[in-house]
Write a protein that binds this ligand. Sequence first.
Ligand code: APR
Ligand code: PHB
Length: 389
Amino acid sequence: MRTNVVIIGGGPSGLLLSRLLSIDGINNVVLEKQSEQHVTGRIRAGVLESGTIEMLKKAGISNRLEREGFKHDGIQLSFKNHGFRVNLKKLTNKHVTVYGQTEVTKDLYSIIRKEDGEIINNAEDVLPQAVNTQTPFVTFKKNGIEKKIMCDWIAGCDGFHGISRSIIPKSIVKNYERIYPFGWLGILSETPPVSDELIYANHGNGFALASMRNNNLSRYYIQTPLNENIEHWTDEKFWDELRKRLPTEAAETIVTGISIEKSIAPLRSFVCEPMSWKKLFLVGDAAHIVPPTGAKGLNLAVSDVYYLHNALKNYYQFNKNDDLKMYSQNALSRVWKAIRFSWWMTTTFHKFPEQSSFDQRIQDSEIEYLENSVASQRVLAENYVGLPY
Ligand code: APR
Ligand code: PHB
């Protein structure tokens, strides 16, 4: 079997790249380790930048997004139970859209299937090979049978735990990493969200976030120590702690209910450089991870797809590979800005175990400055709605 581009991983990065390439008549095959049901069942953040929306429109999946997505013109920040608003719209003339990543993945799956794109689910032992030759290929097993796909290029869209990143020789790669000394305990509950807008709260007990999926589906998070046992967190205990951390007006009106999902996630910043080697390109979580505080994970994956899709299009339509050569550099320039922003949001809104009284004063003044300075709010707003591609 032969194709133009083999895409390893059928998460948001791989699916979006596949769809955009297919629209341009560039043949591709997606190899996904898990079943479709598994991939479309994962719950992830749901704040989309306007650049992301444009890309999803280009992919032809904007109908449901326009119907069911919620436009947010601002976010709420809170410090010691006192809330204030950052007006994203006024500061940037842009908004963000709240629409679950799970839904984006479902929409992409369904349009790719409808338009006869090729996704091979339950692909085992996927391995990119001969990446540094003119004849790269990918091997895998399907139902126990060995398969091989010859191709021109390989896109490693297989997430942080995928195989693709490990193909780049150790002598070439440099990894940058920060692991944060806490996690996020998140719940999903079929209750009306406490606020029309997201609330990011810094409190003496730690960070809290009030988010949502729709008018009757709320998503809440609280910062917890690493290695916290989730069994200790009954719904009641979670709601009590959340109430303590949110701004007073929100805490007083929150509607509680049974959690329909509860999990703890660690927080990490990670970047692998370069993001390409010979015939292989890394995209999305395969190359970088951000802590969820700035809601940048999916948006960053989409901007990588933007650069790679354009570069491949130039290659196939005009026989130019300059943009392919520049892919890593172009993508990394935007990646690092989002890494910085997510690190800053995390550092500003969480309690660190080793936080000294000096650190605390710096955090206090950072947030006070944010509340009172339009310039400071604009920096946050510009990054939150998404930097240009
Ligand atoms: N072979 C094939 N597929 C693989 C392999 C492998 N060896 N390893 C992982 N995968 C698949 C995973 O099952 C997953 O479906 O690759 C996909 C990677 O998807 P994500 O982890 O979602 O990464 P990405 O598509 O880059 O999306 C980035 O979406 O998932 C969120 O937190 C993530 O917000 C970030 C954004
Ligand atoms: C979410 O809704 O899950 C969410 C929203 C914003 C974030 C992180 C997660 O910054």
